[in-house]
Design a protein around this ligand. Structure first.
Ligand code: MN
Length: 161
């Protein structure tokens, strides 16, 4: 990088920091820390999950933010119903062995450390392997307040394939 470019880059970085600081101050909102264990876990609803599923550490952005999510833990064989996300979804696998599949495709095994990106509108499901549970962090952005469109359950023969 030339000296001039370095100076310009530094100026842009500084301007970005100042803008971010100003925006934070104007919103009047403060940083919030949602401490571990401060909210109860909830069971995955039977309308939208098969098997035993627990959701913990739910979070949602405020103001114009669209981000939301939580930690989802699936017992062996447990899974979501078929669904899609209007703005897509990212999964970070934290424990166990899981499966993810899009409509018309093969199920893929996912393991701790794997990051899954599900593009907007893609019909899919995710869950645990048949004999091993799985947990993942799930993040998605809401469109008009909605982050998921639920569909039919994943039938046993679909899950076994
Ligand atoms: Mn999903």
């Amino acid at each position: 990088m030339t000296r001039e470019r370095t100076i310009i880059a530094a100026a842009i970085t500084t301007a970005a920091h100042l803008t971010a600081t100003a925006a934070f101050a104007e919103s009047g909102e403060q940083i919030s820390v949602l401490h571990a264990g401060s909210q109860p876990s909830s069971a995955g609803a039977p309308e939208t999950f098969t098997g035993t599923v627990r959701v913990t550490s739910r979070f949602k952005g405020t103001g114009p933010a669209r981000i939301g999510g939580g930690i989802v833990s699936f017992d062996p064989g447990a899974r979501t119903a078929w669904h899609s996300h209007p703005l897509g979804q990212t999964l970070f696998v934290t424990t166990g062995i899981g499966l993810v599949q899009h409509w018309g495709g093969d199920a893929q095994e996912i393991k701790p450390g794997d990051i899954v990106w599900i593009p907007p509108g893609v019909k899919h499901w995710h869950g645990a392997a048949p004999d091993v549970g799985m947990s993942h962090l799930a993040f998605s952005e809401a469109l008009d307040g909605k982050a998921v469109d639920w569909m039919e359950h994943v039938a046993a023969d679909q899950y076994a394939n």
